[in-house]
Ligand binder design. Structure first.
Ligand code: 5GP
Length: 125
């Protein structure tokens, strides 16, 4: 079920539990600001989720409330994950779903990183 992007942060969401180690995940990258792990239901040859360590519901919440340090740290981490997987050439795709029209299901900001194959049209029609 898509979420309401204006809802308050729920620290029982599945990614909060992954960050706390209460639900297992395979660590692909971690630094002070971000954590990356494979999507449980991959939509491409490579499908990684990158999440900030802070408690933010969505890109909207993050861009409005996070500190400049957190934002810089998270954005740099996303780039680092892509480089770690040798994706810069031939390229990759980032996606952040926000709220119900975006189809966001987990209420902790996450950037999907897709790669290792041609990714087709930007939006299904
Ligand atoms: P959204 O639709 O919110 O942008 O994407 C949520 C993503 O989280 C989906 O692609 C889904 O497969 C993934 N996901 C949901 N639960 C889990 C989980 O417990 N572990 C992992 N690794 N991914 C999950």
């Amino acid at each position: 079920m898509p979420i309401d992007a204006t809802q308050p942060y729920d620290d029982q969401n599945i990614f909060a539990k992954i960050l706390r180690g209460e639900i297992p995940s395979t660590k692909l990258y971690e630094d002070e600001w971000a954590y990356a792990f494979p999507d449980i239901n991959p939509q491409a040859e490579l499908h990684v989720l990158v999440i900030p360590k802070g408690a933010y519901v969505s890109w909207d919440d993050f861009s409005a409330r996070a500190s400049d340090e957190e934002i810089a740290g998270f954005i740099r981490a996303v780039g680092a994950v892509a480089r770690q997987h040798d994706l810069v050439e031939p390229g990759y795709r980032l996606l952040a779903n926000i709220g119900s029209h975006g189809g966001q299901e987990v209420p902790h900001l996450h950037v999907h990183l897709f790669g290792k194959q041609p990714l087709g049209p930007m939006i299904a029609r």
